[in-house]
Design a protein around this ligand. Structure first.
Ligand code: M6R
Length: 607
């Protein structure tokens, strides 16, 4: 969601701001803007609705060599996507960009009668509030920001500059990430470290409740209560190759195809092949703490939620003594749910910034339940607030649709389940098949992706003009079907819904007609015969059935996509690859924006 960048140094601020905003495009946005200041305080404010190219068109006639500036990509919350609602917002000499939501903006606005509002945004209210302290010269910019933030309810990551002091940027955060890039005679800011890659390897992650005054050669951080903060400079692990398309037409296809490597990174150093055991250091739980666990709560949104559902099915298979409840964060945070003692919560998030997931983490911590992060983005808020965690290490996921993160999140959670089972003394003979399949999984993924890619492409072309789909699966193939349906709907805008096969007769069977196709998952296993009966039921109603299977299958369906692999337990993970590719090729065939689907943001930092 919304992106922030900032530059103060000796080079050209406009150049960095535009390239930084482009790096943040993947987060989702509908307008963009930058402001730069000359050393004499001349202001160049450029804003445009729509894509960054529109901003670049304006920039072409307004090139400057200014050495300080801030920029923003906005994903509309308060007020429609338009130039006047785009950031930076101005009040007096102040220019402000903001991520997050100011919840009490209406009350604050009532008190700001002197300011003539030009937008519908909560951000302009904050700009005017800061200016109410700054305008008459009583406060320095940083102090005015602090005074204003003390009155604010809500979440924010902000950057402010003043035309009266074109040497510093003031930034602050509460609930919306901000990273400061430390260079030689240049200091950068961004809401996401990917904007800094290639410019510096050193970063300071601002914490909630901190305010920083940033100059080209100095960074001063304090809390809102004016206590000095000694910041830790951390290394940015991402490299340029990881945030480029690497020869693929879209990030999504790249991210699907790189799953053999990304899963290898998830597994690295965590499995003892010879012993058939799993070792995770990050959660930080002792053997006796692991032994005591009776209940797992898995919390996530969207794809992270589906990964949790899938992992839960597996964990229950090999650890009979524990129960697993996977919950949707936006629901759970308001549910007043009692969490039994001897529970552990797994907090699952690719970005590590999802507002609802973060809120659940904080609620669960209040109940004294240990929290373990299953997170990808290093240094993200969730990663920093959990008691322990396992990074999935899949590298940057740029496409809005999450793919490689799903696979690694599910397997990382299964590995956590295995560590519990090991501690509880579950027989090695029960656990070994899981570990052996996990070890083989990256190469099996490679094989399946290469085998099915062309077939999936041609099948997707046959269905590209459908607008409705039903995804069906049982047991571990059910959360897989849910994930496949989400992928299809979010990028190809097909109304795709998943059902447990056994639920067909309880309602969804009524949908089967020529407007729908049915994507059915048929894994080998104990429920195979039941699933075959379910497929027959759909065929008998004239369904347009596609089957994805690793088993014998000879019913007269429209299309069969065969998975050739020895893996039995994790076959649904392999089937999910087919569903990812299917969504990708459907979207290409429909001609939609694959990596940045309409209305969506990569990182959902507001509720
Ligand atoms: O960053 P997170 O894993 O917390 O994000 C959760 C969801 O917003 C995310 O998985 C979303 O559903 C994806 N766009 C799905 O592809």
């Amino acid at each position: 969601m919304c992106g922030i960048v900032g530059y103060v140094g000796k080079g050209n601020a406009q150049d960095f701001l535009i390239s930084g905003l482009k790096r943040l495009e993947y987060r989702g946005y509908d307008s963009a803007g930058i402001v730069t200041l000359s050393s004499g305080g001349n202001v160049t404010l450029l804003r445009a609705e729509g894509k960054i190219v529109n901003l670049e068109n304006k920039l072409a006639k307004n090139k400057r060599k200014d050495r300080i500036g801030i920029g923003h990509t906005r994903w509309a919350t308060h007020g429609e996507p338009s130039e006047s609602n785009a950031h930076p917002h101005r009040a007096g000499n102040i220019y402000l960009v903001h991520n997050g939501i100011i919840e009490n903006y209406k009350e604050l606005k009532e008190t700001l009668k002197k300011h003539e509002f030009k937008s519908e945004t909560d951000t302009e209210v904050l700009a005017a509030l800061i200016n109410s302290f700054y305008g008459d010269g009583k406060y320095a910019l940083a102090d005015a920001v602090v005074q204003a933030l003390k009155l604010v309810k809500g979440t924010y990551g902000i950057a402010a500059v003043s035309a009266k002091n074109p040497e510093e940027i003031v930034v602050a955060r509460s609930g919306s990430p901000l990273v400061i890039g430390v260079g030689n005679d240049v200091t950068l800011i961004a809401s996401d470290a990917s904007a800094l890659v290639g410019h510096t390897k050193h970063a300071i992650y601002l914490n909630d409740g901190e305010v920083a005054v940033i100059k080209k050669d100095n960074i001063e951080i304090k809390t809102l209560n004016a206590e000095p903060v000694s910041a830790k400079v951390e290394e940015i692990e991402t490299n340029l190759a990881a945030i480029q398309k690497g020869g693929y037409e879209h990030f999504l296809l790249k991210e699907i195809m790189e799953q053999p490597e990304s899963l290898t990174e998830t597994l690295r150093g965590r499995i003892n092949k010879k012993a058939g055991t799993v070792h995770l250091g990050g959660p930080g739980l002792s053997e006796s703490e692991l032994r005591k666990i009776k209940h797992l709560v898995i919390v996530g949104c969207g794809t992270a939620y589906h990964a949790g559902l899938l992992a839960g099915y597996f964990i229950e298979q090999f650890t009979p003594e524990i129960t697993v409840e996977t919950v949707i964060a936006s629901e759970y945070r308001y549910r007043n749910a009692y969490i039994p003692k001897d529970s552990v919560a797994l907090i699952v998030s690719q970005s590590g910034e999802t507002a609802d997931t973060l809120a659940c983490l904080r609620e669960i911590k209040k109940q004294g339940i240990p929290t373990i992060g299953i997170v990808n983005a290093i240094g993200s808020t969730i990663a920093r607030e959990v008691d322990g965690g396992t990074y999935v290490h899949v590298g940057p996921e740029i496409s809005v649709a999450s793919t490689k993160a799903f696979t690694s999140q599910a397997i990382a959670m299964v590995m956590f389940g295995l560590t519990i089972a090991q501690a509880k003394g579950v027989k090695p003979g029960v656990l070994r098949p899981y570990v052996e399949e996990i070890v083989k999984l990256p190469e099996e993924i490679r094989g399946v992706l290469n085998d099915v890619k062309e077939k999936v492409k041609s099948v997707a072309k046959q269905y590209f003009d459908y607008d409705h789909a039903i995804y069906l699966g049982r047991d571990t193939a059910y959360p897989t079907a849910m994930e496949g349906a989400l992928k299809l709907k979010e990028i190809s805008y097909v109304d795709a819904n998943a059902y447990a096969f056994g639920e067909l007769k309880h309602g969804p069977l009524a949908l089967v007609d020529d407007r729908f196709f049915e994507m059915t998952l048929v894994p080998e296993g104990i429920l195979y015969d039941k699933v075959i009966s379910n497929v027959r039921e759909v065929l008998a109603r004239g369904g347009h059935v596609i089957v994805v299977t690793n088993a014998e299958f000879d019913l007269p369906v429209e299309n069969i996509i065969r998975i050739s692999s020895d893996l039995k337990i994790f076959a649904p993970i392999l089937m999910n690859l087919v569903l990812q590719l299917f969504a990708y090729y459907m979207t290409v065939a429909k001609g939609y924006n694959v990596d940045q689907p309409r209305n969506l943001a990569k990182s959902v930092t507001v509720e």
